[in-house]
Write a new protein. Structure first.
Length: 575
C-alpha cells in the first residue's frame, strides 16, 4: 500500500526517517536503494543524524543550485508497506522493489529521455502494527533543473503498487478488483480517539477511587505502564465512527421509509442533522450524525459517506418508496431533528411487534435465500445490497442486546465491508427489502421482548444462510481476504451467539464447522494502467543491466543571475 505525501523540507524528512520515530519504533535505519552516487557513498550501516543531513544535502543539491521552486513542495515521499501476514522481506528485495517503483513513477531517466531525479529508499524496521515497509524520498527537481511530473501521482502510485504485486507475487489488493473499500482512519482521527480515551480512562479511575475509598494514588502518579494499559483498554478504533455506522445501518434496515429512518436514529440516542440543498429548507441532500457527548464536550459529526460508502443518503433511499407524500413526511422529520423537537408523526418504531411476526419474517428470509440461488455470483450489485441488509440486521441485534460491541457487532462490520462499493448500483435491487426490513425491525426490539430464544434461533439460522451466500459470492469473485473475513468474523462469531442462545457451553460444542479460508489467487487481472507500469519497470531493468551508474554525482551548475548587458560591437540595439 503506497502512502504519498508532499513537502518542502528534505532535511526534516530524512532526519525523521533516520530518527527514533513518533513512538520510538524506528530501529537500525539504513539505506536499501537510491541514486548511483548516493549508494556509492553509503552501505547498509546504521545511519546517524549527521548522515541524514549529508544525504538531504545531496538530494537537495539540484533544487538549491538551480533555484527552482515547485508548487506544493519539491520533496515527494512515499512509504510502501506490506501486511504483517506477508512476512519480512530482505534489503535486496526491497531494493529492487524501490527501483521498480521509482521507474514506474517516471522519476528515473525515463528511458534516457530526461535527467534523473535524486532519490533514496530508507528502511528502519517494522511499524507499530508489525508491517514491513520502506520509505522513498524523491527530489522533484531533476539534475538538469527541470521538474518531474506529479500529475495524478496518487493514482500512478496505486497503479505501480498493483504492478509490483503482480511482478513479485505479493498479495493483490482485492478492493481494486472488487471495486469496493472501507473508510480508513487518518492519523489525526486516531490521535483524537486516543486523546478522548485518555480522558475517559482518567475519569473512570478517579470515579473508581472515590467509590472504594482509601488512599489511592492520583492519576498522574500511577505507574506509567499501568496508566498506559488503562488508556489502551479504552481505545477502540471502531468508536465512535463504526459504532455510529452500526446505528445507522440498523435504523436503515428496520425502516420502511425515510421518515421512519430519521425517527429510529433519534430513538437510538444518536444526534442527527440534515444537509439541505443550497437555497432550500425542504430538500435534503445528505445528513450527519454524532454520538451524544459528555458534559462539557462537543459532538463529533460524521457524514453518511464518512461512515461507509453504502450509508450515503442517495444509496439508502434506493430501498425506500419514492413518493411525494413520503418526501414531505421525511422533510418534516429532518426539520424536527435539526431543531431538537419531538418527532412529527411517530410510527411503528413506537409499537411492540406482534410475537407471531417472528415466524412469518423468518420464513420470508428463508424464501429470500432461495431466490438468491438464482442470482449470479458475479452480480456485484445484488450481493452488495444483500450484504448491507444482512449487516443491518446484525447491527440492530447488537444494539439491542450488547452493552459494548461484541460478536454481533463484529459480524455486522465484516458483512458491511462487502456492501461498500465504489459506485452506486446501476439498477438498484429491492428484492428482499421487505423481508429484511421486517426481520431487522424484530431484532431491534429483542431487548423489549419477543417470542423467546427459539424464535431468535430460527431467525439466526436464516441470517447465517444469507451470510454463507455472501461468503460464496466473495469466494467466487476471487476476493480471498474478504471471504476469509466473512468466514471467521461472521460464522464463528454468530456460532458464539447461537451457543449462548442454546445455553450450551462453547467447549461442549464439537460439531461447529467454519468455512476454510480460500487460498489467495495470484492470477492477476491487469488493466492498461497497471500494464503500463509493468512495462516501465521492465524497460528500466533492461537499461540498468546495460549500463553501470557512476559513483560521481553529475555536475550541477548553479543558475546564473540574469543581468543586463550593454550592447557591444557585435550586438546592436536592434538585437
Amino acid at each position: 500500500m503506497p502512502n504519498v505525501t508532499r513537502g518542502d523540507r528534505m532535511a526534516g524528512l530524512v532526519s525523521y526517517l533516520v530518527g527514533g520515530g513518533r513512538h520510538n519504533e524506528h530501529t537500525e535505519p539504513h539505506l536499501v536503494a537510491g541514486d548511483h552516487a548516493l549508494m556509492a557513498w553509503y552501505d547498509d550501516a546504521e545511519l546517524s543524524g549527521e548522515n541524514a543531513k549529508a544525504i538531504a544535502r545531496h538530494l537537495d543539491r539540484p533544487r538549491t543550485a538551480m533555484g527552482v521552486d515547485v508548487k506544493g513542495g519539491h520533496v515527494w515521499h512515499a512509504s510502501l508497506s506490506l501486511r504483517a501476514e506477508e512476512g519480512i522481506r530482505t534489503d535486496q528485495e526491497w531494493a529492487v522493489i524501490a527501483e521498480d517503483f521509482v521507474s514506474a513513477m517516471g522519476f528515473d531517466d525515463n528511458d534516457g529521455t530526461k535527467a534523473p531525479c535524486r532519490w533514496v529508499a530508507i528502511r528502519h524496521g517494522l511499524s507499530q502494527a508489525g508491517n514491513d515497509h520502506v520509505h522513498i524520498a524523491v527530489n522533484l527537481v531533476r539534475e538538469d533543473g527541470t521538474k518531474a511530473s506529479t500529475h495524478l501521482d496518487y493514482q500512478r502510485a496505486q497503479n505501480a503498487a498493483r504492478a509490483l504485486e503482480v511482478k513479485y507475487g505479493l498479495e493483490q489488493l482485492e478492493s481494486t478488483k472488487g471495486e469496493r473499500a472501507t473508510r480508513g482512519y487518518s492519523p489525526a482521527e486516531q490521535a483524537r480517539v486516543e486523546e478522548r480515551s485518555a480522558l475517559m480512562a482518567q475519569r473512570k479511575y478517579e470515579q473508581h477511587a472515590a467509590r472504594i475509598g482509601g488512599e489511592q494514588p492520583e492519576w498522574h502518579r500511577l505507574d506509567p505502564k499501568e496508566r498506559q494499559a488503562r488508556i489502551t483498554a479504552e481505545v477502540r478504533l471502531n468508536a465512535p465512527r463504526n459504532d455510529l455506522a452500526r446505528s445507522v445501518r440498523a435504523a436503515a434496515g428496520a425502516s420502511e421509509n425515510e421518515a421512519e429512518f430519521v425517527r429510529r436514529l433519534r430513538r437510538s440516542g444518536v444526534l442527527v442533522r440534515p444537509r439541505f440543498a443550497e437555497g432550500t429548507t425542504d430538500v435534503i441532500t445528505g445528513y450527519s450524525v454524532a454520538s451524544r457527548p459528555a458534559n462539557g464536550e462537543r459532538p463529533i459529526w460524521y457524514g453518511g459517506g464518512q461512515m461507509g460508502r453504502d450509508l450515503t443518503l442517495p444509496r439508502l433511499r434506493e430501498g425506500w418508496p419514492d413518493t411525494a407524500a413520503g418526501a414531505t413526511d421525511a422533510a418534516a422529520e429532518w426539520q424536527a431533528a435539526k431543531r431538537g423537537r419531538r418527532p412529527v408523526a411517530p410510527g411503528r418504531e413506537m409499537r411492540e411487534p406482534d410475537p407471531e411476526l417472528w415466524q412469518r419474517h423468518t420464513e420470508e428470509v428463508a424464501r429470500l435465500r432461495e431466490q438468491l440461488r438464482a442470482v449470479a455470483l458475479d452480480d456485484r450489485d445484488t450481493w452488495s445490497t444483500v450484504a448491507r441488509q444482512t449487516a443491518g440486521a446484525f447491527a440492530a441485534w447488537s444494539n439491542a442486546v450488547e452493552e459494548t460491541p461484541g460478536d454481533l457487532a463484529e459480524a455486522s462490520d465484516a458483512l458491511a465491508k462487502s456492501a461498500q462499493t465504489y459506485r452506486r448500483p446501476v439498477k438498484p435491487q429491492r428484492a428482499g427489502r421487505v423481508a429484511m426490513s421486517g426481520a431487522t425491525m424484530l431484532l431491534a426490539s429483542v431487548a423489549r421482548g419477543g417470542q423467546g430464544t427459539a424464535a431468535q434461533l430460527a431467525l439466526l439460522r436464516q441470517l447465517m444462510n444469507l451470510s454463507q451466500a455472501v461468503y460464496d459470492a466473495a469466494k467466487a469473485a476471487g476476493e480471498a481476504r474478504q471471504a476469509a473475513n466473512v468466514a471467521t468474523a461472521v460464522r464463528e462469531r454468530v456460532m458464539n451467539v447461537r451457543r449462548q442462545l442454546e445455553a450450551t457451553p462453547a467447549a461442549a460444542s464439537t460439531s461447529t464447522t467454519t468455512a476454510t479460508a480460500p487460498k489467495v489467487d495470484r492470477s492477476a487481472i491487469v488493466d492498461a494502467s497497471v500494464q503500463e507500469a509493468l512495462d516501465k519497470m521492465q524497460r528500466a531493468e533492461e537499461n540498468r543491466s546495460k549500463t553501470t551508474g557512476s559513483p560521481v554525482p553529475p555536475r550541477v551548475d548553479p543558475a546564473r543571475p540574469r543581468t543586463a548587458t550593454k550592447p557591444g560591437a557585435d550586438r546592436g540595439p536592434e538585437r
